[in-house]
Ligand binder design. Structure first.
Ligand SMILES: *Cc1c(COP(=O)(O)O)cnc(C)c1O
Length: 410
């Protein structure tokens, strides 16, 4: 046994030596831009202004959702008591699925929706169920880890295609004679913020008789006039689309859904092991999500999306004015809440992050292998609940950190 423990200690020590060991912080207060956090090993909690949450609309601590959650618990209790196929499927789950199916009906003919505990599980379910042994999965190079793991779980062969390269994907599809093909892509790339060429992917899916699996984790709630996500934003409609939306980001609660033609959803209920062999999420979660959807599609949602857009524009204009003229740091082109500031090498990313930290600002530094070598970045994530002065503070601090780098004590 001690030898086994030694192996683990050695691996962790190696991560430490490369400054790659990840540490968690403890959030002492609800998710919000201003939050009290206790960092690993820190002597005391600190009040920070954060730019790294996925709570894009600022709904995660909304009183109406907390009230709906409490009401759901009063109605249905806390636990679902079983899997969806064995007693765990409550009226709240059914209502949520009906509601989501209605939301997606303009974009997917005969749409139905299936609720999952997490987006990770929804992606495992879709890819493992549709990607049988006779299938080939065409996976976008920058896909999220959950899609990569879903493809691993599938018995299908997996072919990666280069990032947003429609011509290359076209050629790969043309060279494939498998009876089932799946094109799989994030809708909004999580480390870059730009939107996938979903219309072109759909045209390829039609030409090559393939499914198009779109993971709209960062688009749902945010993109489109009523927040229904990338399909609404781009005005697309097809029975080939299998859409995964997550409900723990902009929707501010937890869980995920798959929306697709009813035949796909029927099939998933029969065959998707990550759906079948797990306890259904608490019904109160589904009950709270019904309230979240009402906010997202209503006036409040529209107002929050407009606020988010204003902060995105403010940040982009502000940073462009303070970035160094030598082009050594640059802002990636992104229309979404995810705004990556590329600074190049890892040490510079860590240094800027530390300088921001010293001023009470929390921004994630993302390094290879998560992003390509030489493109270490600060991943700034904005929310509708950031104020104008929050964003101004960040812009000032970033300009200052880039102009006057403080060398770390040796
Ligand atoms: C967050 C995320 C997921 C996973 O969703 P969870 O509900 O957090 O499990 C899947 N895909 C993408 C692109 C994500 O960003």
């Amino acid at each position: 046994m001690p030898r086994l423990l030694d192996r683990l200690h050695d691996e962790i020590a190696a991560l430490d030596a490369q400054s790659l060991r990840r540490r968690r912080q403890v959030a002492e207060t609800a998710c919000a831009p201003r939050q009290v956090l206790t960092l690993a090993g820190a002597p005391a909690p600190r009040a920070m202004l954060g730019f790294s949450s996925n709570d894009y609309l600022g709904l995660a601590a909304h009183p109406a959702l907390a009230a709906a959650w409490a009401e759901g618990a009063a109605l249905y209790g806390t636990g679902s008591g079983g899997s969806h196929l064995i007693l765990g499927h409550s009226r709240a789950h059914a209502q949520l699925e009906e509601r989501l199916a209605g939301w997606m009906a303009p974009f997917i003919p005969q749409a139905q929706a299936l609720f999952f505990c997490t987006g990770y599980m929804a992606n495992l379910a879709v890819l493992s169920a549709l990607g049988g042994a006779e299938a080939v999965i065409f996976s976008e190079a920058l896909n999220h880890a959950s899609l990569i793991d879903g493809a691993r779980l599938a018995r299908a062969r997996v072919e990666r295609y280069p990032h947003c390269d429609i011509a290359a994907l076209d050629a790969q599809l043309a060279a494939c004679d498998a009876p089932v093909k799946l094109i799989v892509s994030d809708a909004v790339f999580s480390m870059d913020g730009h939107i996938a060429p979903v219309a072109a992917l759909l045209a390829l899916a039609e030409r090559h008789d393939a499914w198009l699996v779109i993971d709209d984790a960062h688009g749902f709630g945010v993109l489109g006039a009523t927040g229904r996500g990338v399909l609404e934003a781009l005005g697309l409609r097809s029975e080939r689309v299998v859409l995964v939306g997550t409900l723990g980001k902009a929707a501010g609660v937890a869980g995920a859904f798959v929306a697709a033609h009813r035949a796909v959803v029927d099939y998933l209920v029969q065959r998707a092991r990550p759906y079948i062999f797990t306890t259904a999420a608490p019904p109160a979660v589904a009950h709270a999500l019904l309230a979240s959807l009402a906010l997202i599609e209503g006036e409040e949602g529209a107002h929050r999306r407009a606020l988010l857009q204003a902060r995105i524009a403010q940040l982009r204009n502000g940073l462009h004015a303070v970035l160094p003229a030598d082009g050594s740091a640059w802002l990636a082109t992104s229309p979404t809440a995810i705004q990556p500031l590329i600074v190049g090498d890892n040490a510079r990313a860590m240094r800027v992050m530390a300088q921001l930290d010293a001023r009470g600002l929390r921004v994630g530094a993302i390094r290879p292998p998560t992003v390509p070598e030489g493109t270490a970045r600060l991943r700034i994530a904005l929310s509708a609940s950031h104020t104008e002065s929050d964003v101004a503070r960040l812009v000032d601090a970033v300009g200052e950190a880039l102009a006057h780098p403080v060398m770390e004590a040796a």
